[in-house]
Design a protein around this ligand. Structure first.
Ligand SMILES: CC(C)(COP(=O)(O)OP(=O)(O)OC[C@H]1O[C@@H](n2cnc3c(N)ncnc32)[C@H](O)[C@@H]1OP(=O)(O)O)[C@@H](O)C(=O)NCCC(=O)NCCS
Length: 341
């Protein structure tokens, strides 16, 4: 007789055969979401699962059908001073197992954690490649928090002349660029904590998220998590010469598991320094370094809110193009409990 059962999946105690089943499941979902991408490697899946920084709590359940995994649910929240009202979740069900109530069952487990942890607002995002995600969110009565896109730059379409132009035009008399290759230097951690605050100024549209206040300890935990994932981060920052203050930064992530794709992370310039071409200078300097030092990279991917006009202008001028759309949803725990009744 075949059996279906829901179980916790703990990456610290999972057996090798559990990881293999999880890996097969994840690659099926990935193929649906990113059909042009090659499958991930088993080692990458295991490292990603194990790389959770201690300030992040992730509770994961899988639905077993004999030896295979057919669905998973994730509840995640941060042990931080800010955003204590929030719980992030994710659910995915293999296409042939959809519309049989598995998402609903997994949502019940997620809602139990939200209740235990007193998190009143649940958030998740859905992908334009799988319309069922949106249908499920609408059924729950979730509200749209923000709509964003993955924008992608095919490096063969990069307008290289812009890199030179933007760097030549930069206000070099007042500002200077610097680079952190890999982890932030320990002696700069306080400055990095302040610098990363700039990302609290990016558009949030209707998202009910509070400003994120990073701490040195969280940054150290993130460094360890990146190392576990074998992911390298490069950061280029810009400093005001007169005061020594950091005015902005841009960061990219690269992993040997996915050598042809570079992930553009944050880019931010503090409001008082905007309008002087610092954003363009940062991005141009970074892309030039990528072309020089990572010749294997063929494309750069980034996520931008559709409402983020200044960032989109820079990206589209460089040659980034919309690749797919995401919707981030928010729904009160109360409403979820009502639905689950
Ligand atoms: C979204 C997803 C998780 C739904 O899984 P599922 O097991 O088919 O969902 P369920 O059978 O538990 O359905 C839950 C509710 O959503 C509704 N629903 C689900 N898919 C739907 C669809 N394609 N069209 C209309 N309604 C849908 C169901 O009718 C059900 O409502 P009900 O309780 O009134 O009967 C699944 O399609 C999936 O894995 N998508 C890819 C990942 C994703 O987008 N996840 C969403 C982020 S959490």
């Amino acid at each position: 007789m075949t059996e279906v059962e829901v179980k916790l999946f703990d990456p610290q105690t999972a057996r090798h055969s559990d990881f293999i089943a999880y890996h097969i499941f994840v690659n099926r979902i990935q193929a649906e979401m990113w059909p042009e991408d090659p499958p991930t490697e088993l080692e990458e899946t295991i490292r990603n699962l194990r790389a959770t920084p201690p300030f992040v709590v992730r509770r994961r359940w899988v639905v077993w059908h004999d030896e295979s995994i057919i669905a998973y649910g994730l509840a995640s929240f941060w042990h931080t001073e800010d955003n204590q009202h929030l719980l992030w979740f994710d659910i995915a069900v293999l296409p042939e197992w959809r519309r049989r109530g598995w998402a609903k069952r997994l949502l019940k487990l997620i809602a139990d954690i939200a209740q235990q942890e007193r998190r009143r607002l649940l958030m998740t995002s859905t992908d334009s490649a799988i319309p069922a995600g949106e249908a499920f969110m609408r059924r729950l009565g979730a509200r749209v928090g923000i709509i964003s896109r993955t924008n992608q730059l095919d490096l063969s379409a990069l307008k290289r002349e812009l890199l030179q132009e933007w760097q030549e035009r930069a206000p070099k008399a007042e500002f200077v660029l610097g680079l952190w290759e890999g982890p932030y230097p320990e002696e700069e951690l306080d400055a990095v904590v302040r610098l990363r605050e700039v990302m609290n100024t990016e558009p949030r549209d209707n998202l009910e998220i509070e400003d994120i206040k990073w701490t040195r300890e969280q940054l150290r935990q993130i460094e360890a998590s990146l190392a576990e994932q074998k992911t390298e981060r490069w950061t280029i920052y810009v400093r005001a010469k007169k005061t020594g203050d950091l005015a902005g930064y841009t960061e990219v992530f690269w992993s040997a598991f996915e050598p042809e794709t570079l992930y553009q992370g944050d880019t931010g310039v503090f409001p008082q320094y905007r309008g002087h071409g610092l954003g363009k200078w940062l991005k141009a300097a970074m892309l030039e370094k990528v072309l020089r030092d990572r010749p294997q990279v063929k494309r750069v991917r980034t996520g931008n809110a559709n409402s983020n006009a200044p960032m989109l202008k820079i990206n589209y001028e460089l040659g980034f193009r919309p690749y797919k759309q995401w919707t981030t949803w928010q729904v009160e725990l109360e409403k979820v409990l009502e639905y689950l009744k």
